[in-house]
Ligand binder design. Structure first.
Ligand code: PDD
Length: 295
């Protein structure tokens, strides 16, 4: 049996799952989304993701299509129907269908909800993490509200494509002051020259990653203090270690940034240890450690 998608109240074969041509998500990118990891058949940080989803909705004055409880039932059903044990669930909510007009529809529309699930090979990610990945830098040409998980991802797509064309896995986005904000679909971290674990403060220029939040709590429990501050491209290139985090990459060491080799060109001990800790967290071994992380 093939993949199944949930679209506005119906479970449909993935290849026949469509939305209306005047859906505001399609026409204006007027929508938000979440990507939730499934590990061993369980969601990782489900509540954190749903809280961030609610926050994105609030910030865009968009209504939730249904209660959180109902959404959680559908998440489970999508995972079940797609037989996903390890993978991701994708949730997208748009403002709905209305005649094309930039302003919000005068008569409130029914928000559109789409959910899909797909299996993901954990082995592929583990192999990539063992070698470490290459990243490039790219100008951050996004808007001022990158804290909202909006589907308006064109600048992110352009940066990721530039990375692909350079034979790299990720593009780290750089603001006008030469500071790294985050990756095109990940948060950026480094171990600086003095050995401090550093990640940018969660302001409106980055998405406050759920993986970032969980790792914050897990690292602290492991006795590692995190310094939240911005860091420049120059500093990143001189760092002992560089890595990225997200719900699909987990903790991924970066061993080359543009033409600069990071550290000794191999994944560093801090990133490797944090990946181990995070993997244990995903499979439930120390899940309570980061429980209750807010967004
Ligand atoms: N990306 N920053 C950006 C711009 C992102 O798109 C993401 C997630 C993150 C990390 O957030 P989290 O830890 O909550 O996954 C940071 C998802 C995985 C995606 O777009 O596929």
């Amino acid at each position: 049996m093939g993949r199944v998608a949930y679209v506005n109240g119906r479970y449909l074969p993935h290849r026949h799952a469509t939305v209306h041509i005047e859906d505001r998500g399609y026409q204006f990118a007027d929508g938000i989304y979440e990507v939730v990891t499934v590990s061993g058949g369980r969601f990782v940080d489900e509540i954190g993701h749903l809280e961030r989803l609610d926050r994105s909705l609030r910030e865009l004055e968009m209504d939730a299509p249904m209660s959180r409880a109902a959404m959680r039932v559908i998440m489970r059903e999508v995972v079940r129907r797609n037989k996903v044990r390890d993978g991701i669930v994708y949730l997208q909510i748009t403002r709905g269908v209305a005649p094309r007009d930039h302003a919000f529809p005068a008569t409130p529309t029914r928000p559109a909800l789409v959910m899909t699930a797909k299996s993901m090979s954990m082995a592929g990610g583990a192999a990539r993490a063992a070698d470490g990945i290459k990243a490039i830098t790219a100008p951050d040409i996004r808007w001022d509200r990158c804290d909202i998980k909006s589907v308006a991802l064109l600048p992110n797509c352009l940066a990721k494509q530039a990375a692909r064309e350079a034979g790299a896995y990720e593009a780290l986005l750089v603001d006008a002051d030469g500071m790294i904000t985050e990756g095109s679909s990940t948060n950026a971290w480094m171990v600086d020259e003095d050995g401090n674990l550093v990640t940018r403060q969660a302001d409106n220029n980055i998405l406050n990653g759920i993986t970032r939040l969980a790792l914050n709590a897990l690292a602290e429990r492991d006795g590692v203090r995190i310094v939240e501050r911005g860091f420049s491209v120059d500093e990143a290139k001189r760092a002992r270690e560089l890595f990225i985090t997200s719900s699909s990459s987990f903790v991924m060491p970066v061993v080359q940034l543009d033409d600069s080799v990071i550290g000794n060109g191999k994944p560093g001990s801090v990133a490797s240890r944090l990946r181990e800790i995070y993997s244990a967290y995903m499979t439930g071994e120390n899940r309570e450690a980061a429980a209750g992380v807010g967004v």
